[in-house]
Design a protein around this ligand. Sequence first.
Ligand SMILES: *Cc1c(COP(=O)(O)O)cnc(C)c1O
Length: 426
Amino acid sequence: MTTNAAWFERAQRVIPGGVDSPVRSFRSVGGTPYTVVRGQGAYVEDVEGRRYLDFVQSYGASLLGHAHPTVVEVLRDAVTLGTTFGAPTPGEVLLAELMTERVPGLEQIRLVSSGTEAVMSAVRVARGFTGRDKVLKFDGCYHGHSDGLLVAGGSGVAQLGLPGSAGVTAGAVSDTMVAPYNVVPTLDETVAAVLVEPVAANMNLVAPHAGFLQGLRAECDRVGALLIFDEVITGFRLTYEGAETFFGVTPDLYCFGKVIGGGLPVGAFGGSARVLSALAPQGPVYQAGTLSGNPLATAAGATVLRTVTPGDYAELTQRVAGFSAALTQAVTSAGLHAVVPTQGPLLGLYLATEPTAAPSNIAEARVLCDNGLYAPFFHSMLDQGVALAPGAYEIMFVSLAHTDRDLERCVEAAHVAATVAAKVNA
Ligand SMILES: *Cc1c(COP(=O)(O)O)cnc(C)c1O
C-alpha cells in the first residue's frame, strides 16, 4: 500500500471525506491529496517518496520548519518523564512566563489544546467579565469551529462557500454580530467584545487599513466592550512580540495557538490579571481541559519561542518582501496578474487576470479566490514539487527553514504554474 491514491481510498472508508480537517481536502482544487509520512525543515515527503517544498507548514503551526533538531531532542527527553499528569507542571509555567514577558499587555494566560478552544474561552471570559451577551466578529475572519463563531468564517468555511455550518442553531449565533473587515463598526452597550484577526489571514491575506485596529480600540473603550485579538496565526509569527507591538494597539484579550505549540496541540488565551480573575477557580467563568498545558506541547512551544530571535523575524520579513516581489514578477511575466500582500513574514497570494488592488475585505477577496485560476496553478506547483494549501483562501507560510534557494525554486515554479493557469483560463 504505497500510493497516495490507495491511502486516500482507505482514509475515505474510515474518515469522513478522508480528512480530519476540511482544509486538507482537495475538494476545491480537485485530485487526490498527498499523504505525508515525514517532514524535514522546509520539506515534506509523501507515501510515494516524493518530496515537496512545503508552504503549508501545518497552516502556520510550524515556524522553525518540520522536525527541528532542537525541538525533537527536547521532546525525546520530555516524553520519558511522562506525558500528562492532571497536576501543575513547570513546563506550563515556563511557557506562560515566556509569553507574558514578550507581549506587553499580556499579564496572564491559560493554556488550552487548540486555537478553537482559546477563542471560545476568551469570548466566554469577555461575556462573564462584562455581563453582556453580544460579540462582534468580521466577515471572512476565522476563529475556530466553536458554534457561536461559525458564522461568516474564512478558511475552509469560505472555501466551501458555506454561510456558516449545519448543526449550529440559530440560538447559538444569535448573539454573534458580523461586520465587514476594515470598517470600524458603531457599537452599543450590549456588546461584550469585538473579536478580530489583527491581520486577516483566513481570506488569504487582508491587511488592516491604517486606523482600523486603533478605531476598534477606541470604539470598544467608548462603550466598555473588550477588544479580543485572535492571534492564533499572528502570535509570535508577525514579530517577536505579536500584533500588539506591530500595530501599536493593545487588546484586552489575546488568543494564541499554532506557533506556540511547536507542532503539538496547544492554544492559549490571556490578558490582564483583572480580566482573567473572572475565570474559575477564582471567578464564576468555567473553563477546563484534561490535557491543557500538556508537558510535551509546552516543552515544544517553549523551545520554539526560545530558539527564535527578534533578528530572525526581521530577516524573514525582509526575505519575504523580496519573495513577494519576485512572485509578482514571475506571474506577470507569464501573462497573469498577482497580488502578493505581506505583513511582516506573512505572505498572501491572489491570482488575477487583470491588474488588481489588494483586497480589503472578504467580498473583494472572494472575487480573486473564486476566479478559477488557483486550482490549475496549485496543481502545476504540486507537479513541480511545491506544496501550497489546497485552497485559495489560505496564505503561504514561509518558515525559518526555507532557504533563499527554496524561495527561488518556488518563484521559478510559479512562473510555469501561472503559464498553465493562464492557458486554462484563456
Ligand atoms: C487556525 C485558527 C484558529 C483555530 O485554531 P485550531 O487550533 O485549528 O482550533 C482560530 N483562529 C485563527 C485566526 C486561526 O487561524
